[in-house]
Design a protein around this ligand. Structure first.
Ligand code: SAM
Length: 244
């Protein structure tokens, strides 16, 4: 059936994504710094400055596709003693690196869950915030992930997504293209020993919907006051929405 065919394609996509991150987990943080020239740190900090975890009351934050826990650490640093982060990722290798990095620094304030963004093993209305950074692009059925995001958020909860976007400045777009197609796969080959994985990542960025269309998908999932803003000339964008 048509559904069967589609299911195979979706499973293949997820399988491919899993291979990529299993193969790069150990080198992932180094690669991020090298590939973005350290910019990913500023983008992640920007996300947390929009989230503004409160310092004086409980705050339950779910970071999906949390990988090596970069977003979680920043939220825990910015928040207070009652800030708690659940880091969820489909890939255990990535989470293991995250848990190692955390050590015992945040015991009792962080936990790690291996699961798919498309079906969260988490109760309804449990979180004050849901973030996903450089993750949604890898999820085969984005609409399912968005529906799950809304389900697990409390009324009044915040959705924030940091993702690669569309560079819309002349010149910068050319530089960005050359960089993506030539530099990134080479970096992937020499540092992570895996050019194909990084070629795949570049392709997945191109295929991702435009910021306007993605905002529409977030609205379709039932979020309100949906906004998006480009950072660094549109290399990345942050989409925001509220569960009202
Ligand atoms: N958020 C982290 C960061 O910004 O450094 C990690 C981003 S990394 C580019 C993408 C992550 O998405 C990987 O850790 C991968 O395992 C995870 N991922 C891919 N598909 C997923 C899915 N369907 N559900 C949950 N996580 C997924």
């Amino acid at each position: 059936t048509h559904f069967g065919f589609e299911q195979v394609a979706l499973d293949e996509k997820q399988g491919r994504v899993d291979d990529v991150f299993r193969s790069v987990a150990k080198r992932y943080d180094l690669m991020n710094d090298l590939m973005s020239g350290g910019l990913h740190r500023a983008w992640k900090s920007h996300l947390i400055s929009m989230l503004r975890p409160p310092r004086n009351r409980p705050f339950h934050h779910l970071d999906v596709a949390g990988g090596t826990a970069d977003i979680a650490f920043r939220c825990l640093e910015a928040g207070g003693p009652e800030t708690h982060v659940t880091v969820l990722d489909i890939n255990e290798s990535m989470l293991r690196v995250g848990a190692e990095r955390a050590g015992h620094r945040y015991d009792g304030r962080i936990d790690f869950v291996t699961a798919n963004a498309e079906s969260l093993p988490l109760p309804n209305e449990a979180f004050d915030a849901y973030t996903i950074a450089f993750g949604i692009r890898n999820v085969p059925r984005i609409d399912l992930a968005l529906a799950e995001a809304r389900r697990v958020l409390k009324p009044g909860g915040r959705f924030l997504c940091l993702e690669f976007s569309k560079v819309d400045l002349p010149v910068l777009d050319r530089i960005y293209d050359a960089y993506s197609f030539h530099v990134i796969p080479r970096l992937g080959a020499s540092v992570a020993g895996d050019a194909d994985s990084y070629r795949y990542l570049v392709e997945s960025i191109r295929k991702f919907p435009t910021p306007g269309r993605f905002a529409g998908m977030i609205e379709d999932a039932g979020f309100k006051h949906v906004t998006h803003r480009p950072l660094s000339g549109g290399i990345v964008a942050i989409h925001s929405g509220w569960k009202i």
